[in-house]
Design a binder for this molecule. Sequence first.
Ligand code: G3P
Length: 224
Amino acid sequence: MAAPLIVVNCKTYGSASGDALDRLLASIEGVDTDGVRLVFVVSAFDLHASRSMHPQFEFWSQHLDPVGQGSHTGWLEPETAMQRGARGTLVNHAEHKVDIAHVEDLLSMLAGRIDVCACAADEAEARRLAALAPTMIAVEPPELIGGDISVTTADPGIVRGTVDLVKSIDNGIMVLCGAGVKNGDDVAAALRLGAEGVLLASGVTKATDPAEVLTDLIDGARRG
Ligand code: G3P
């Protein structure tokens, strides 16, 4: 069985961008990550430096556009992202919605070379995305994002329901859950509900001691 995923989305938090991201990553270098797959989802600006300075961690891009190299000013072009160390990407995050054709074209362009985690607000959206066979689907009720109550407590049904639904469509798609995930108990609960990992942001990016929080999240993944 694959190691549970803990995916930390740095978003555009000042505490997890630029020089502050370097400090955050340096502060967690000693954390024991055995038995989990820890991923940092960073901005395009931070991808190359983070990968170069902290090669022990896995990095994803927060978004990619299905465009080739050439005349696409300002778009996030996948070949360069991969060259700069992205081993995966989020797409269709609640804060960066795209249409279904964007996801379909991106999957086709990437052709399995890196992981694609497509985000879904609910089961209906997860169903549409599952038909495209992304590597993973992360279910995140938008109203719980950035809050203090984990989706696993506020709405365990959406986690279990999304897992059952996605697996019934394509058993090979991994399912993550996110929104309000803050501690190891939330991670353990997510795994008990059938998710294969969590997607979180503020629990780590706003923490006074990110190393302590990550240690607890990882402990929860091991317990789950
Ligand atoms: O991408 C993860 C995110 O949307 C959840 O944010 O702050 O509720 O962990 P947060």
